[in-house]
Design a protein around this ligand. Sequence first.
Ligand SMILES: [Zn+2]
Length: 196
Amino acid sequence: MCMCVFAVMPQKCCAPGCSANYDTASGYTSVFRFPADDVRRQQWINKIPRENLNVTKNTVICSRHFEQRFTITEDQFSVNGELVTVRRDRPKLTDDAYPSIFANVPSYLSTHVPQKRKEPADRQREIDGRCDQSFHEWLSSNEVATFEELVDNLEYKMSQYLHQWSWKVLTNCMWLYLVILTFVRLLCVALRFVEV
Ligand SMILES: [Zn+2]
């Protein structure tokens, strides 16, 4: 009987002195192939401080050599107008990414990458995302699971958010009402919560 076992070896990084994926005990480091575009591929080769670097379709460089802003670790989708963030299994690089960090060579061989200014639309999207997130956190912190829980927390919540309102709890129902005292008593709003 013949048994074939195929093992995929982790790909080794081509940067000088880099030990990524040489020792499997210290975990897997993501690697990236070189760009297919000639200009960008040459730009990467120029940035890597290694003489006579021979790049083939199997040559890879690991994520340790890229500024964080070049690495995309999560995807964002809009679902019913709500921004949903999903972590990627494998990071990918932005279209303008290039390697610039080389820890095991003299520091002058690493390139300082200037911070990219964010587009106003990106900034707004980030702010909207943060607002959505805080709103959802606030909503979930105020969630009540049962009618009893609602009744138990009522006094505290009312004093915090609706201190002008009055309330009345019956067996399985609760009334909230707002009365304005002017010349005549005026009932403005009344809400009835019924346990279902
Ligand atoms: Zn590396």
